[in-house]
Every structure is written in C-alpha cells, then in structure tokens.
Design a protein around this ligand. Structure first.
Ligand code: ASP
Ligand code: MG
Length: 424
C-alpha cells in the first residue's frame, strides 16, 4: 500500500462539477489500495476575487486580516470536496492548515513553513479516511495567527505534508498536461517535458513560471521527493521533477535549454546619484532586507568620474515596491542619493537549461534572436544554468516566442492543451 499525496489547483476545483470529477479520481486512488491525502486550492479565481474585495474596503488591508480572508477560499473547497467524496460513499475529513499541523513563521502573506506535525492527518488515515487539507495556509508559531504562504503556496503545503508523512509520491494536478518548454498560452507550439531536474525547476519557478511554487521545489529537493505534475482533466503521464533525470542508464539526453520562462510581475527601481563610497550599497540593500523586500536583479552603473556618483537599479516584485520606495525615501538624507525612479512596465525573460554549462554560445544565440525580433534589452543577469533579461512589458510575448524558436524548441504541431483556468 502506498501513501499518495495529491494536490488539486484552483482550476481543477473551479465549480461543483469539477469538484465531483476530482472526488471520483480521489476515490479511485483510494479504492486502488492507497492511503490518500489531498491538498486543495481555492476554487477558480476565488483568491483574486477576495483580494479585489479587500481592496474595495481598504487600499492597504492589515496583513493579519488579509490572511484570515484569503484562507477562507481553501476552506470552502476542502469542505465541498469532502462532501463530494462522502456522496460517493467514501469517508473523507477536511482540515485547515492549522489543524493539519502546518506551523509557519509570522510574516503575513509570505510565511515560511518551519515545522509540520500532521498527527491529525495520521489519525484520519489510520481510521481509513481520506484526509483533505486546505493548501496555502498555516499557523504562526509565535503569534498563533493564521498565515498564508504566498500566491501559489498550496504546492508547498502538498510537498511539505508529503515529506512529513514520508509519502511515496506527490502528485500536483493542474490544468495543463505537465511542465512545458514555455507557457503554452504565449507559445502555442511549446512541448511537454517528460522529466526535469530540481535545479532547473527551481530556476524556472524563480523566473516566473507559475506551474510550481518556488518553495515547493526547494522542499522537494531537500527531501528528495519526486513530484509528478499532471492534468486533472486527462489520464496522461505528466512531468516528473526528480534529482537527476539525465543520469546514465536513462535514455534522456540533456537538452541545452529546458525551458523559457517569463515574468510580468516585477518592477524596477533606480536609485539615482548614489555617492560612490564604500558601504552605500550595503546600506541600501540592508534597509530593503530589513523591510523583507526580495531583490532580484541588480545593476550598478560605472560612476561618472566628474560627479563621483553612480546609479543603482534593481528589480523586485511589483507588490513590494511601495514598501521599498518608502523605506528608501527614509534613508535618502543619510545615503545622500539624488532621487528614485520607478518603472513597473517591465518583463523578465529567462532561458533555463543544465546543458548550458557545457555549450558555449547560448547567450549569443539568445541575444541575436531578441535583436532580430526588435526587442531591446534593459538589464541582464545570469546563473550557471540561466540567462535572464529585462525588457519592456510590451515585448514579453515576442521575446519568449523568438527565444523558443531560436533554440529549436517549437513542436511540429500543437501538443499543449489548456484544459481550464482563466489564466488570471
Ligand atoms: N489559492 C492560492 C492562490 O491562488 C493558493 C494556491 O492556489 O496555491 O494563490
Ligand atoms: Mg499553482
């Protein structure tokens, strides 16, 4: 008997008929002789709709209350799913994140899981029940308040529970057949990837691919837990995220590029006229770190000899930009910079592939493809297995399509089916 953890995303439980269909799949897994733990997201676009509502009553809702509100979305789907399963004659019990033992830090909106103590889940399983757990939420160890793990966080709940329960597999059900070489909504000829390494998946997730939450991949890698990303709308084999898909003995050859990711959710701040002195950058980034702002790319221009000043530009999640701008304003006198510039009309395109290490010329091919497509590059950053560029937001689709084609990733015919979701 295996222990199977299944996570169903919002589009898989978007309405009553979806919930009934998913319930059948869960019951079938149970009847096949497995113990089953299910993690659910909120139905369809519920989380976005709750956020819209919050914004209507307050431009800056307190984090604690926002988390209280958003976690309601997953409570709705978990209870409905448990009812649908009961209606099929099987027993299911639903649990909030807190009841399931998901213990987190206290930062609202982006709490981190620090421990999982799933004794109530184990009891339910021992009694032959199917356990349904609300994704994306936990309870803070110090404040005892309800927290959320950040958008898309249900994936992380699933992997964290799978690890804590020593599950045999963690299946992430979504509205596409697996992980594709690019978002099929932007590149219709994107191809499904059969297997991908944790390290490549980490880079993809960090580069804006929304198919898996970044921390879920970090977690899976730490516990060496295989993730199977697949569609809840078909029975097809999806994509396996594992530690070493290209090891000897497997028929897979390591591709140069595993995928092209894009991200429209970042913004760029330029700190203009920073005195070129030791310690100024440290002060700026320490201030941002203390405000829990995550920085992505950083570019420091060569300082002009005449003025002894330089500009420092960096990108960050657009949602953090108000915080960043206000803490930076507070240190303007102290650091002595001239002004702040803000631009949220940017997008990031990233090429990811472990094969890059051993193939020169990837950057040249990428930049030539962008140039031929008439796309201007604003910033560049690289890691061992990734090249990212910042471009104007209007150029994102063109840039992704050009890069995908330049690396021969286009399939001969459309193979990606987007079964559900509004893409919101
Ligand atoms: N419902 C939450 C969101 O939309 C969490 C999740 O779906 O993973 O971000
Ligand atoms: Mg998701």
């Amino acid at each position: 008997m295996a222990l199977v953890v299944q996570k169903y995303g919002g589009s898989s439980v978007a309405d009553a008929s979806c919930i009934k269909r998913v319930a059948q799949r869960i019951v079938a897994t149970k009847k096949a002789g497995n113990d089953v733990v299910v993690i659910v997201s909120a139905m369809g676009d519920t989380t976005d709709e709750l956020l819209d509502l919050a914004e209507q009553v307050s431009p800056l809702p307190p984090g604690r209350e926002l988390d209280m509100l958003l976690t309601a979305g997953e409570r709705i789907s978990m209870a409905l799913l448990a009812m649908a399963i009961a209606n099929l004659g099987s027993e299911a019990r639903s649990f909030t994140g807190s009841q399931a033992g998901v213990i987190t830090t206290s930062t609202h909106g982006k709490a981190r899981i620090i421990d999982v103590t799933p004794s109530r889940i184990q009891e339910a399983l021992a009694e032959g029940q199917i356990a349904i757990v609300a994704g994306f939420q936990g309870v803070s160890q110090d404040t005892k308040d309800i927290t959320t793990l950040g958008r898309g966080g249900s994936d992380t709940t699933a992997v964290a529970l799978a690890a804590a329960l020593s599950a045999d597999v963690c299946e992430i059900y979504t509205d596409v057949d697996g992980i594709f070489t690019a978002d099929p909504r932007v590149v219709p000829l994107a191809q499904k990837v059969d297997k991908i390494s944790y390290e490549e998946m980490l880079e993809l997730a960090a580069s804006g691919s929304k198919i898996l939450h970044l921390r879920c991949v970090e977690y899976a890698r730490r516990f060496n837990l295989p993730i199977h990303v697949r569609s809840s709308f078909s029975a097809k084999e999806g994509t396996w995220v594992v530690s070493n898909p290209y090891s000897e003995g497997t028929e897979m050859e390591q591709p140069i590029i595993s995928g092209v990711a894009h991200d429209r959710s970042e913004a760029k701040i330029t700190v203009v006229g920073v005195p070129d002195k030791v310690g100024e950058a440290a002060t700026i980034f320490k201030t941002l770190a203390d405000a829990e702002v995550n920085i992505d790319m950083i570019v420091q221009n060569v300082s002009a000899a005449a003025t002894g000043r330089t500009d420092i530009s960096f990108t960050l999640p657009a949602t953090d930009s108000q915080t960043a701008l206000s803490v930076l304003k507070k240190i303007q006198q102290q650091v002595g910079f001239e002004s702040l510039q803000y631009d949220d009309q940017i997008g990031k395109i990233s090429l990811i592939g472990a094969g890059m290490r051993s193939h020169p010329g990837v950057t040249a091919t990428f930049f030539a493809a962008l140039a031929n497509a008439g796309v201007n590059i604003e910033m560049i950053s690289t890691s061992e297995i990734r090249i990212s560029v910042i471009v104007g937001q209007g150029d994102v689709d063109t840039a992704v399509q050009a890069a995908h084609k330049a690396f021969d990733l286009d399939a001969d015919q459309v193979e990606a089916v987007v079964y559900g979701g509004t893409g919101r």
